[in-house]
Design a protein around this ligand. Sequence first.
Ligand code: NAD
Ligand code: GLY
Length: 356
Amino acid sequence: MITVTIEASKTYDILIGRGLLDACGEKLGAVLPKVQKVMLVGDDTTMGLYGDRAQASLTAAGYTVSRFVFPHGEENKNLATFAGLLEAMASAGLTRTDCAVALGGGVVGDLTGFAAASFLRGIAVVQIPTTVLAAVDSSVGGKTAVALTAGKNLAGAFHQPSLVLCDPDTFATLPPEIFADGCAEVIKYGFISDRPLLTKLAATDAEKLQAGDGIEEILADCVRDKGIFVKADERDTGVRQLLNLGHTLGHGIEAASRFTISHGSAVAIGMHLVTAGAVRRNLCPPETLTLLDELLTRYRLPKDCPYDAETLYRAALSDKKRAGSKITLVLPTETGRSDLFPTPMEDAKIFIENCM
Ligand code: NAD
Ligand code: GLY
């Protein structure tokens, strides 16, 4: 088992190890000794696959466990599901010293984290990520949210977990395309700040990692990287924005496709585009783009954008990260390093044309 400690407004551990799911009750007890009741939250897929094992471990550790299950899918990360979860917490009689456990991908984690931040003005949450994306990104760092009609993640809170418990054996049941989606975020960390991670990724591939070969070390590298940015800028007003490499254009691509292009695929295309733009502007050497494209292919991710610059510009403009008349672009400047470039909107439009 590997332990990575995150130091933010709250210090907590990320435990990464095969088979950890069956020890979740014991591990929860070690960090939250006052808990008596647990609300176990999952979507129908994750609860169906792993709910009984998690519940058995929690029950064996002496907890009274209630379950909240909702249909899988991004469209259910909404206010109605959020309200249903809060009502379920109240019906189960959870108190301020009890906790919620999120068993699933980023949808489950974001929803459960936000409900935990809100119920009784804040109870503890333990994240048990079951997708690669959730393991390396959404379960760590305390961002929680649900969608409003006006857009994704528009209502939420910063609420750090008390523990993140990652059992990579759960990835065995992921459809290969969802595993690949998470790999886009793994590759992202390498190009933001972690050249050694890129070397490791070039020496393996998606099949080997999904089979569990070397996955723990790679996950640990990613959350260690994320932890540095979370510690430096928990509220996401500065360097944490580097974690958005490929995301501004990626969100535009997702929106333009009406979400038929997955998040990971859109981020992969977004990273390719901004790296190509950075190369064209002589901000970054061409070898960086060559390596990125090789890794995207190796991890079954796309790089070609199906939209023109005008469509992308319009879609990316509605990105919530836009501040006033400037947008902060995250651009690679060498292999294993990216920087923030606050850019006026007019220049951002020209930059997007340069990316194509
Ligand atoms: P997801 O939670 O929808 O999971 C994808 C699909 O995989 C779902 O159908 C789910 O039921 C299924 N699944 C999950 N684990 C499984 C397993 N082990 N075996 C088989 N099927 C499994 O999607 P995701 O990609 O994990 O997360 C995306 C969400 O994360 C988005 O809502 C995004 O906004 C959010 N996010 C949040 C942060 C953050 O910092 N809070 C960061 C990145 C993304
Ligand atoms: N997913 C980006 C962040 O947590 O800041």
